[in-house]
Design a protein around this ligand. Structure first.
Ligand code: SF4
Ligand code: SF4
Length: 444
């Protein structure tokens, strides 16, 4: 314990929060106490029913409210009292660590462990080692300074101006127009989702068309917008004959909604376009959903452009502190307008977690803590679900490079779990599933 006394003399007492499952680690900690094992007293233990219950927001909140280190621990794989809670947690931690790494978070400050009820010694040793490591690292000043920041300056003027530029709508292709008109006249569809030209606004925006007459306003798809955003629950629940004009990105989005049981693939007629908006064919979503992977260049993570993946690879070559400084700078421009959420085809929860205020887990102010939390929570909520359409970044008035965070999680899903969002509507969503073989090299 000498090292600890030496450090204590320098007046730094690390604040460590440990989230532990009640059945294994908490009982292990109890055993350490009953066995009178000595270890540093800096760790505050918070007991949860299962490691599967340890939400990333608990971890973030602990860091953002002053913790210098966070320890998360549960039962060993195979020992979970709910059978699979720790397997599910392990998958989430893998994704979270990769996201935090891109954001330049200091991963040495987040320790993950399996400690059983019989491992009082392991608990005491883990807490001792971790306290020593955090003491050597010192206070987590860069994060705490970010969280103390209350300013939220606007994004650079040029970025805002580019976002405000008007684009003239182009009329829809004849072949597509005729096909959709015919589907209406044969009563195969009652509502069709496509792009409406709005000449006075000099805009093209997603909209529902409810008759063949309305199709006079049908426009060609613009870049950067995903019409599936309008597939919300009331429409899906109440209309059995829907049509969607879909490029590969929309098709992938519909597949994710199918996986999440938000729609019935027999209910949707797809008017399929290629990536450039050229009409290809018509079929039910069930018939067309299986070929999404082939619609993107070989080797590309579905939807996420080769350019974004390249940018991410180059960004990850930078030192951690530089990555953190980059996100600190860009995140301060966030307005908390939630345009990114509104533009996303996959964000379809009835009530968004961040809008809940009883209890309010999410800091909603547009300040350092609120902005950084939003970057993490938004991206992580879409881990294994985002199909990389880029609509969120297009919508962001502050020009925050959200695509890079989305691509991080897409890469993590592919590298760690061989999973690509939106490719196969028949498999469970990434975070609703687990494998006993999922890797865990980062867990002690
Ligand atoms: S998070 Fe962004 S890129 Fe991913 S599906 Fe949603 S809008 Fe598209
Ligand atoms: S659209 Fe941009 S500015 Fe608005 S909440 Fe999302 S990240 Fe922040």
């Amino acid at each position: 314990m000498d090292w600890y006394k030496d450090m204590a003399e320098e007046n730094f007492q690390p604040k460590i929060v440990a989230f532990v499952c009640r059945w294994c680690t908490y009982t292990g900690a109890d055993l350490a106490g009953m066995s009178r094992l000595q270890y540093p007293p800096n760790t505050k233990v918070i007991m949860l029913p299962c490691s599967g219950r340890i939400d990333i927001n608990f971890v973030l909140r602990a860091f953002m409210q002053g913790a210098d280190g966070v320890l998360v621990s549960g039962c060993h794989p195979g020992d979970c009292h709910y059978n699979e809670g720790n397997y599910r947690a392990r998958r989430r931690w893998t994704l979270l660590r990769d996201l935090l790494d891109t954001l330049g978070f200091d991963l040495r400050r987040l320790k993950l462990a399996w400690i059983s009820a019989a491992e009082g010694n392991k608990w005491a040793q883990t807490v001792t080692d971790f306290t020593k490591e955090i003491t050597e690292l010192g206070p987590y000043t860069e994060l705490h300074e970010l969280c103390d920041c209350v300013e939220s300056p606007l994004a650079p003027e040029a970025a805002i101006a580019a976002k405000m530029a008007f684009t003239e709508a182009k009329p829809a292709e004849d072949a597509l127009l005729k096909t959709v008109q015919q589907a209406f006249s044969e009563e195969k569809v009652a509502k069709v989702l496509g792009w409406r030209s709005r000449p006075t606004l000099k805009r093209t925006s997603p909209d529902w068309f409810e008759s063949a007459e309305e199709l006079k306003d049908l426009a060609a798809p613009p870049a950067g917008v995903n019409v599936v955003r309008l597939c919300d629950e009331p429409v899906l629940a109440n209309e059995p004959k829907l049509g969607v004009i879909a490029r590969p990105r929309e098709l992938a989005s519909l597949n994710v909604l199918t996986q999440e049981h938000a729609l019935n693939p027999e209910q949707v007629t797809v008017f399929e376009l290629d990536a450039d908006g050229k009409y290809l064919r018509t079929g039910t979503l069930r018939e067309l959903s299986g070929e999404v992977a082939q619609k993107f260049p070989e080797g590309q993570v579905v939807g996420h452009s080769a350019e974004t993946m390249q940018k991410l690879a180059e960004f990850m070559q930078k030192p951690r502190a530089e990555r953190f400084a980059f996100w600190k700078e860009v995140s301060q421009h966030c307005l908390h307008c939630y345009a990114c959420r509104q533009a996303c085809p996959i964000c379809h929860c009835k009530k968004c977690y961040v809008d809940k205020n009883q209890p309010q887990w999410f800091p909603t102010a547009a300040d350092g803590m609120g902005n950084f939390s939003w970057l993490i929570v938004r991206a992580f909520h879409l881990a294994g679900r985002c199909i990389g359409c880029g609509a969120c970044q297009t919508a962001c008035p502050a020009d925050i490079p959200l695509n890079m965070l989305n691509a991080t999680l897409a890469k993590s899903a592919l590298d760690n779990f061989s999973y690509q969002a939106g490719v196969n509507p028949e498999v469970p969503p990434l975070q609703a599933d687990f494998s006993q073989k999922d890797q865990e090299t980062f867990i002690i």
